[in-house]
Design a protein around this ligand. Structure first.
Ligand SMILES: Cc1ncc(COP(=O)(O)O)c(C=O)c1O
Length: 317
């Protein structure tokens, strides 16, 4: 099974004051980040742009969220936004292939047995995986979803806005059970309202009457950057969009539904449990075309979302 999954292409650790530090490919097993999931991370896509260059998509927004996740958890570090951006660009450049997925994270790299994060020192690690961009031919088929009995973590237990390693156990639980039951993924509910929150690693949109609806951030979900991209593009395309409560009844009446996430991009939903959604999804197709134009730099209004990645010979170390 694991053989069908692509291994990563690059691991790099950056010292407290930038520059490469010792290769920590073997993060100590005793690290609190390994033992307790006490780390924060981001996933950023790089694409071959229409000019033939490589560009990271919304890297600045991802790094803002990384710093916010670290702040929420009380992780102390001496990295700022500019330095993080610099390191992420360097890692993508060093990797050298245009279509990839870059994961910067702040990890406790010493083998100290503590969950008092103020006593641990965190280092920036960046992992890069190959990740071909979807084309109409290679786009994944519609996702077959179920509704998971495992709810999202309560915001009273953990702030959903923080993208922290430990919280992914909940996603893993729901995803694994869904796949074992013959589905591709699961929708998870907000633990207090019982409304739809998100899928295990993506946000959710439904479409009714040419209007988009997506769960509001009041419920327990990650404020996805791709979610924000879709909202922005929908406004630009003149489509009505509502962020608000989305409940099971809304799923019943959905004419289209789709998932959004950096790694999975935009994916239509084919069915929820035994209810098939229509095979035609004109609103999804419209948004998807605008999204592809944005990530490849052909959507003029959104070029500021792209951060160019110089070739490795242009980068000085
Ligand atoms: C739980 C969860 N929700 C939503 C998303 C989508 O977020 P983004 O669009 O920022 O990748 C992710 C992506 O990793 C996720 O893990």
């Amino acid at each position: 099974m694991a053989k069908t999954l692509p291994p990563s292409g690059l691991t790099t650790w950056r010292g407290p004051h930038t520059g490469r530090c010792q290769d920590r490919r073997g993060l100590p097993f005793g690290s609190s980040s390994v033992q307790h999931g006490t780390a924060v991370f981001e996933g950023i896509r790089a694409y071959a742009s229409c000019t033939g260059e490589t560009a990271l998509f919304r890297a600045e927004d991802h790094l803002t969220r990384l710093l916010e996740s670290a702040r929420i958890l009380g992780i102390r570090h001496d990295l700022d936004h500019a330095l993080l951006l610099d390191e992420v660009v360097r890692a993508a450049s060093e990797y050298g292939e245009p279509n990839c997925y870059v994961r910067p994270g702040l990890f406790a790299t010493d083998p100290y047995l503590s969950i008092d994060l103020g006593r641990l020192s965190f280092t920036l690690g960046i992992e890069v995986w190959p990740m071909p961009a979807h084309t109409p031919e290679t786009a994944p088929p519609g996702a077959r979803l179920t509704v998971s009995p495992w709810h999202r973590p309560s915001p009273l237990s953990f702030p959903p806005r923080a993208k922290a390693v430990g919280t992914y156990v909940t996603s893993a639980l729901a995803k694994t059970a869904a796949v074992d039951a013959g589905f591709d993924d699961a929708l998870q509910l907000d633990p207090h309202s019982g409304r739809i929150a998100e899928a295990t690693t993506s946000n959710v949109f439904i479409v009714r009457d040419w209007t988009l609806f997506t769960p509001w951030l009041t419920d327990s979900l990650l404020a996805g950057i791709t979610r924000d991209t879709v909202i922005t593009l929908a406004h630009e395309l003149g489509l009505a969009i509502h962020e608000g409560p989305v409940d099971m009844e809304d799923l019943e009446s959905a004419e289209e539904m789709f998932l959004t996430g950096t790694a999975s991009e935009l994916q239509p939903v084919a069915s929820i449990d035994d209810r098939a959604l229509p095979k035609e999804h004109p609103v999804f197709d419209m948004i998807s075309a605008a999204f592809q134009a944005a990530v490849t730099g052909t959507r003029f209004t959104r070029q500021r979302w792209l951060t160019p990645v110089p070739t490795s010979t242009q980068v000085s170390y």
